[in-house]
Design a protein around this ligand. Structure first.
Ligand code: BMA
Length: 303
């Protein structure tokens, strides 16, 4: 236990379907930010019609969350793209706006990256459907690089060429391009069977810290676990180090049993002023857990 970089909160899970004001089947994979001194989780919920909707919970201390009465009042979709399921929101603060990149699903596996923004987590404005078919895990950097917005994304692969993290650039959040895979020592960065962005990157003196998920294949299904890597500050397409060991993995009942077994999955990590990081994560696509650690320890583990 002592050598763990991240410590799971002893009161985990912090949100379960039983906490919700209406019957939901699952609550998981929250976007997480601090806004006006409050912790906000924007959570995937699966309602009884089996549709994924986003739902907000708020907390004063980061541990005790109260869900709102109803799901988020999501802006109506463009009629040409009548998204049905929305999930995995990753929230990035730029200026006084929060930009949310999420998976916009028309039907199973008909998924693109959508972008919506808000200033207050009460009203939301649509920005764009911002990818081709078959892309998700979009995570927007909190600053432009060389005058362009930057995001991590994860185009779909196939059995022979499983998915991994790419990077794309945009002048306006609507048009995206210059896409290429992240590289490590000049080669596409692969780790595990497949991998994708987890948390929105955090800027540090030693590089952009990216906490990502990596997926292992077993004879009995996938296991989703977390690792971390550092990206070059000037050219974030370059991985300059990564943790060879997992930093978070499913081990408890609430992480191993649920809609999808053996999953820990994150969309945002919150860096506190004292250097502590709070990682909110979906557990078995059913509950929400919290793990905490020191940012320096995570960075030091990236080699
Ligand atoms: C990913 C996404 C996540 C989910 C994970 C495990 O591909 O769909 O929303 O948590 O699979 O099921």
């Amino acid at each position: 236990m002592k050598d763990r970089i991240l410590k799971k909160y002893e009161g985990n899970p912090v949100v379960t379907p039983q906490h919700m004001p209406e019957t939901v089947l699952y609550v998981f994979n929250p976007g997480a930010v601090k806004h006006n001194g409050e912790y906000i989780l924007m959570m995937d919920t699966t309602t009884l019609d089996d549709i994924h909707r986003l739902w907000i919970a708020r907390s004063k201390d980061g541990y005790n969350f109260v869900p709102e009465d109803k799901p988020v009042n999501w802006p109506a979709p463009d009629p040409s793209h009548p998204e049905t399921c929305i999930y995995d929101p990753r929230i990035t603060k730029i200026g006084d706006e929060y930009i949310i990149l999420y998976a916009s699903d028309l039907s199973q596996n008909d998924v693109r990256i959508g972008i919506v923004k808000t200033k207050d987590f009460k009203s939301f404005e649509r920005v764009a459907i911002a990818s081709e078919l078959g892309n998700r895990n979009g995570a927007l950097f909190p600053e432009k690089v060389d005058g362009l917005y930057v995001r991590l994304d994860r185009p779909f692969g196939n059995e022979l060429n499983p998915c991994y993290m790419w990077i794309s650039y945009s002048p306006d959040l609507v048009f995206w391009g210059k896409s290429k895979p992240l590289t490590y020592k000049g080669k596409p960065f692969h780790d595990g069977y497949k991998l994708g962005a987890g948390a929105v990157p955090i800027k540090t003196d030693r590089g952009w810290l990216e906490i990502y998920h990596t997926v292992s294949q077993t004879c009995n299904g996938f296991i989703y676990r977390l690792k971390a890597c550092l990206l070059d500050l000037e050219d974030p397409s370059k991985v300059i180090g990564y943790t060879r060991d997992f930093i978070l993995w499913p081990e408890h009942e609430y992480e191993m049993r649920g809609r999808v077994m053996n999953v820990v999955f994150t969309c945002n990590a919150i860096l506190e002023e004292d250097g502590n990081v709070k990682i909110y994560y979906g557990a078995a696509d059913t509950n929400i857990g919290l793990a905490e650690g020191k940012i320096d320890d995570i960075i030091n583990a990236c080699r």
